[in-house]
Ligand binder design. Structure first.
Ligand code: RAM
Length: 351
């Protein structure tokens, strides 16, 4: 399902009655405005930035985009907005990219649902002069200028394996409950997890029995969790490297006979996972600060649009309060280290 949109000079997006809190927050003001186009000017305050997340109805996305709004303001963009689909399917972002190309948006920040499906549209946007910042989930590298990644991808994989291994005592069957089957970020983490399971003797007694996909849809993720327990009665643990998947799985486990018996870890939002840590369903999980991801992406977009970087290795730019960031090989910009959350520290975080 697609949202209908209306944009104003200030970059306002009205997405029918389905406008999310994040989109409201990001647009920063109520309705109205002249309804004019963003034009093609590149004078400092006139630069426009549009964020296209994987999907709008995702609490993780809301936090990322809150940081994006702060970053866009602090970096001096004249207009910032969020547009995007409600589902994270492979091609759901294409029409939104095309609309930005037509509008002459200066910077498009995108978390790709599929590394290939978005490419033709992004290439067209680039040939029209737009700078493309991939964040959270990469596109193919030749379709964007830089990729702002939350944490080094392999580290995201390793930390989740360490956590599950500790929680199941180093042996037994585990499963992965992921987001969509095409998601670049999840697939990269899963690839590193599989490689590590196959090569690290510490994990020789752990067996990955299946990978299932909840599509970053709460209901589907819940059902997949339920299905796992039926299909694999000896399952010892589940890794869910998606905030939607881990929260839905925790909700299922918390009222089931498996609570406290089948371990669950992965990547979660502290505010969503708090009740499940407090009730003993989950002991430890990880994440980074999602707001920082949006914030750094906005500054990267600004540096590209004003020509102070081109996205080549060694390029440096100031990311406001977060300080200097450097572009490394492959146009990669790393935001920060992951944090592990448990009963001792979860109340220190509010996102
Ligand atoms: C979900 C999304 C997102 C991912 C987080 C950890 O919200 O799939 O892309 O980075 O989980």
């Amino acid at each position: 399902m697609k949202l209908s949109m209306k944009r104003s000079r200030r970059g306002l997006v009205v997405a029918g009655s389905l406008l999310t809190a994040a989109a409201l927050a990001l647009t920063g003001c109520a309705s109205g405005g002249s309804g004019g186009s963003d034009g093609g000017t590149s004078a400092e305050g006139d630069l426009s930035i549009t964020f296209i997340p994987k999907q709008l109805n995702n609490p993780y996305t809301d936090v990322v985009l809150g940081g994006g709004e702060d970053g866009a303001k602090a970096a001096g963009f004249g207009a910032s907005q969020v547009v995007g689909p409600l589902d994270a399917s492979a091609s759901s972002q294409v029409s939104f990219i095309n609309a930005e190309t037509q509008a002459g948006t200066n910077v498009i920040v995108i978390a790709a649902n599929d590394p290939d499906a978005v490419c033709p549209a992004l290439k067209e946007a680039r040939s029209g002069g737009a700078k493309i910042v991939a964040f959270d989930s990469d596109t193919n590298p030749d379709c964007r200028d830089v990729f702002v990644s939350q944490v080094v991808a392999k580290d995201v994989a390793l930390i989740q394996l360490e956590l599950i291994s500790q929680q199941i005592g180093g042996e037994g069957e585990i499963a992965i409950l992921s987001a969509t089957a095409n998601a670049t970020n999840q697939n990269e983490w899963i690839k590193y997890m599989e490689e590590e399971l196959a090569s690290n003797p510490d994990y020789s007694k752990i067996k990955l029995v299946t990978k299932v996909y909840g599509d970053d849809d709460d209901t589907k993720s819940f059902q997949e969790a339920q299905g796992l327990m039926q299909a694999y009665p000896n399952l010892k643990g589940i890794i869910s490297p998606t905030t939607v998947g881990i929260a839905a799985t925790a909700r299922y486990l918390s009222t089931s006979e498996y609570k406290g018996k089948v371990a669950l870890t992965g990547l979660g939002l502290p505010n969503e996972m708090r009740p499940f840590v407090k009730d003993g369903t989950v002991t430890e999980f990880a994440l980074w600060d999602p707001a920082q991801l949006g914030y750094v992406a906005a500054f990267a977009g600004k540096a590209l649009a004003d020509g102070s970087i081109t996205g080549k290795p060694g390029d440096k730019f100031e990311a406001g309060d977060l300080g200097e960031r450097e572009v490394s090989d492959g146009g990669l910009i790393i935001v920060g280290p992951p944090t592990v959350f448990n009963a001792d520290n979860i109340d220190d975080y509010d996102f």
